[in-house]
Design a binder for this molecule. Sequence first.
Ligand code: HEM
Length: 535
Amino acid sequence: MDLTLIIVWITTFAGFLLYRKLKGIYDDLESLGIPYEGAMKGWMTMFKIFGAKENFMDSITDQYNRFKGQQIIPSFSLTKRAFMIRDAAFIKQITIKDFDTFVNHDKNLNPDMDKLSGRMLFALFDDEWRNMRNILSPIFTSSKMKMMFGILSDCATDFIDHYEEKAKSTGNVVINCKESFSRYTVDGICSAVLGFKGDCIKNEDSELFKFTMSLQKVDFWTILKIIVFMVAHKLYVLLKLQLTRKDVYDFFYNAIIKVMKEREQKEIFRPDVIQLLMQAKKGQLETQDKENEVNEAELSNFSANIEYDVKAKNTKLTNWTDEHYMAQGMIFFLAGFDTTNILLQVTTYSLAKNKEIQQKLIDEVDEVVASLDGAQVTYEALHKMKYLDMVISEALRFWPPAGVITRECSKDYNLKLNDGKTIKLRESDIITMPTYAIHHDERYYEDPDKFDPERFSDERKGSIVDGAYLPFGSGPRVCIGSRFALMEAKLLLFNVLRKFSFEVCDKTPEKLELAPSLTNFELKTPIVVSLKSRN
Ligand code: HEM
């Protein structure tokens, strides 16, 4: 039998199993008495998403908008019952008040599916997650952010030097935002997390950059493996399938475990995440570093996470392996470069399109520059910039880089609706919270499709409804890296606007439209703007 025929057979068989499984799930949802569009509609939606016919975020937003007036509706999942929440109060209830019933993300992502991504903080469960979160949290306190500030500042300087050189003769340079900002965020994450200089900004042919970009592609084989895992778990384990490519596994082994060993032997110290992971591994990383802790209340960081106390019942240290540490390095790397890059793209586009807002921000930048007396911006000065924080907070509302949040229910749970009905959730039900749709819901934001940083002014930000602003998630499981991301994005914007303004050019898209894709922010037309020298 030739290979094509084998592939056709496997795909057809997997498709059949998937259909049977989905039909069972959707028929079950029908009995709950909440609006339901039928198994065929759910099946077609899954087909369009996995067949890359429709963007995954567009599908979710479209579904959210079809059910105005509902608080909870059925959602898509390949193996479990899934629900979408359309109500900010429920989001608060699930992610904060009743967190103990909704600690985990989807348990399908586990070490059986992949030995690295299944061990990332994002994928860990219950007390294993609590223990690892406690180990890692001290890495992201303000004193540690201050320690990494200089490293990121150097990357921002490289960016400016590079584009000043390019704009030297004509006074402006056209940039593809995704590519340019990816180079900056990859350099930032390599330096601050992995402890080596990426050099992707200056070296346009960088192999590291090509490698990093390849990590974002979800190919046919990956999708097929995920489907096989979900519908034929035992076969997946028997065939020893994995999602992480061997070259990716080797990259993180060399970048994390080998480097840790080398630093240990040669007693090298560098102010980066590897160093902090080494301390964490020995249990020497303290949350309280009072001497160097910054007074957060004085700094403008509206969207930054609050760290909750997540005490585990079983605090006995789990036997963490090298792969656990590789996995944490990998998620910091993956989560760090793409999300912050999307934030930078959206902010730049919005500033280029809204000249008054951009001018107000430039005025704030100039005021800070004047106070610096020629020196580099400091951590404190950057974080006291109120308007910069308002612009970033609005960009995160307007286009949240992680468009959905999920939780898995761990036991029977009654959700009481406003109309008096009760929805009985069960163990392993998946709850989806569609951040983009919530952020564009008129019930929570007036004129939601307008880019308006004033929503986050001191006078108005207090009126944002709890549970309706979720760029970094919500509750104890919130993004651990929010301060790092905000610092990285603010540093670049400050440094760019010190020298350039963002201008619309003939390649700038009229509006942002998503391309059919499984990834959340794949645009039909990339964001291209002109950097115009301000001198
Ligand atoms: C603009 C940039 C970023 C955005 C919008 C973002 C957003 C998110 C969101 C929505 C979650 C899920 C939260 C939840 O379930 O409630 C998350 C989790 C996570 N993020 Fe981020 N993130 C960003 C940058 C970063 C960076 C820079 C890092 C690390 C260096 C990072 C590391 C993580 C980790 C480890 C988790 C899993 C947390 C856990 O399960 O305990 N993220 N992020």
